[in-house]
Design a protein around this ligand. Structure first.
Ligand SMILES: NC(=O)c1ccc[n+]([C@@H]2O[C@H](COP(=O)([O-])OP(=O)(O)OC[C@H]3O[C@@H](n4cnc5c(N)ncnc54)[C@H](OP(=O)(O)O)[C@@H]3O)[C@@H](O)[C@H]2O)c1
Length: 403
């Protein structure tokens, strides 16, 4: 990606914990760099003189507030998970640890999960404000350190998992900054403004891990070749082998809306007999290739121009010992607008490589998704009958009759 794709100008940004400290400085810095809109998440929202700022009531530990806040956001390029709790204690009280985990781990997890569809749509990014305490525990802030270490692991996991949605995930490994959190510490500290500038510099230069102050920056030269980063890279390569799904991704020039409509027109790209509506949330439809394959789906998610999910309620395959291998699995289509076109990620969740049908099903899905469906979206004409097995088997008895 070029640097220009990461400029702050005109982007829409959500900052949590925006009332003071680093969060407030991030809001000001985003405005200074020409952000189009800044959603400022606060526990006690206050107005901002700049009309581009939209104050949002947002306690990151409150699921109802997260849901309401996200409903107010119609598009988003960047979420900055900044809200944080850091107290000085001795790990004697379990409730204190739980509070830190609630704000510093589950907070970013819940906020990011809620905005992920928006980020997938924009090809956006997640920025998690972590700490040097993510790397080595601070004895006077052990609960904080544990929560920030967990948040680093969350960041690494999201980075690997969200890549297929086209969403980047960045870690900010912040050192001592002059805010309320460190008020009682008599150590050298960097101003929140300097830290905020360095964070946006990191975003704009597409840094995966950002070291935004002199103390953290002193670690950066060894970071890329260090043991942590080396292991993270090696581990992310393990994911496909351990995957519990089958997935294909392709890109077309059409819009997410056109793509969504084409996928829902299942008869135009899939070959078997289809019975029931395929474009209505909550409805059920069946797919049958006589003698070979029967599946009953329920349309569990129909999020216009973003996501479609079909749950498999019943299934029958003629050629596997466990003929109901598909039952309980889910088919999803994630639709992401990118640079005027659309990225489609098809996933058959729960279809594992150790399933007997995996290879056959992977081939068949590959033909329909990368061939027929892609053609339908790109040219207006699918190839639903191109799968070679169908015609030969058309005269066989219906599976449910013969079972
Ligand atoms: N300062 C440092 O030296 C330092 C170093 C490394 C990392 N960090 C990280 O930088 C981030 C910002 O810290 P800071 O130094 O700016 O701290 P701060 O001055 O204490 O500000 C903390 C911010 O988080 C908000 N917050 C706390 N609990 C929240 C919740 N449940 N829901 C929503 N917002 C909540 C606060 O809101 P209220 O005003 O409502 O309390 C405030 O806006 C934190 O993630 C922190 O861990 C700071």
């Amino acid at each position: 990606m070029s640097t220009s794709e990461h400029t702050t100008a005109r982007r829409t940004i959500l900052v949590t914990g925006a009332s003071r400290g680093i969060g407030l400085a991030l809001v000001e810095e985003a405005l200074r760099r020409g952000a189009g809109r800044v959603y400022a998440g606060m526990r006690s929202p206050v107005d901002h003189p700049d009309g581009r700022v939209v104050p949002l009531l947002l306690d990151v530990t409150d699921p109802a507030q997260i849901e309401t806040a996200v409903k107010e956001i119609d598009a988003l390029d960047v979420v900055i998970n900044n809200a944080g709790l850091g107290t000085y204690e001795d790990l004697a009280d379990r409730a204190v640890l739980e509070n830190h985990l609630a704000v510093n781990l589950y907070g970013p997890y819940d906020v990011t999960s809620a905005v992920l569809p928006l980020l997938a749509r924009s090809g956006g990014e997640v920025v998690n404000i972590l700490s040097l305490a993510s790397l080595a525990s601070l004895p006077m802030m052990p609960a904080y350190s544990i929560s920030k270490a967990a948040a680093l692991s969350l960041t690494q996991a999201q980075r690997a998992l969200f890549a297929e949605h086209g969403v980047r995930v960045r870690a900010v490994l912040t050192g001592p900054t002059d805010t309320d959190m460190t008020r009682s510490l008599d150590i050298p500290k960097t101003s929140p403004r300097t830290v905020a500038r360095a964070i946006f510099d990191g975003l704009e230069s597409d840094q995966e891990d950002i070291f935004p102050d002199p103390m953290s920056a002193s670690l950066e030269p060894h970071w890329a070749s260090g043991v942590l980063k080396t292991l993270e890279r090696a581990n992310s390569g393990l994911r496909p082998a351990a995957a519990d799904f089958l997935s294909y991704t392709f890109e077309v020039d059409q819009t997410p809306e056109q793509t969504f409509a084409a996928i829902n027109d299942v008869r135009a790209w899939w070959s078997g007999e289809l019975d029931g509506p395929t474009d209505t949330l909550g409805s059920e439809f069946t797919y049958t290739v006589p003698g070979i394959h029967y599946t009953k789906f329920r349309i569990a998610q129909l999020d216009p121009a973003r996501r479609i999910a079909w749950q498999v309620l019943e299934s029958w395959l003629s050629f596997t010992a466990d003929q109901e291998e598909w039952t309980g699995t889910t088919i999803t289509f994630d639709i992401t607008g990118r640079q005027g076109g659309t990225v489609v990620t098809f996933t058959h969740e729960g279809l594992r490589p150790d399933h007997e049908c995996y290879d056959v099903c992977a081939n068949a899905w590959g033909e329909y998704i990368n061939g027929s469906l892609r053609d339908l979206i790109a040219t207006g004409t699918g190839r639903p009958s191109s799968f070679e097995g169908d015609e030969a088997l058309a005269s066989a008895p219906r599976p449910h009759d013969g079972r």
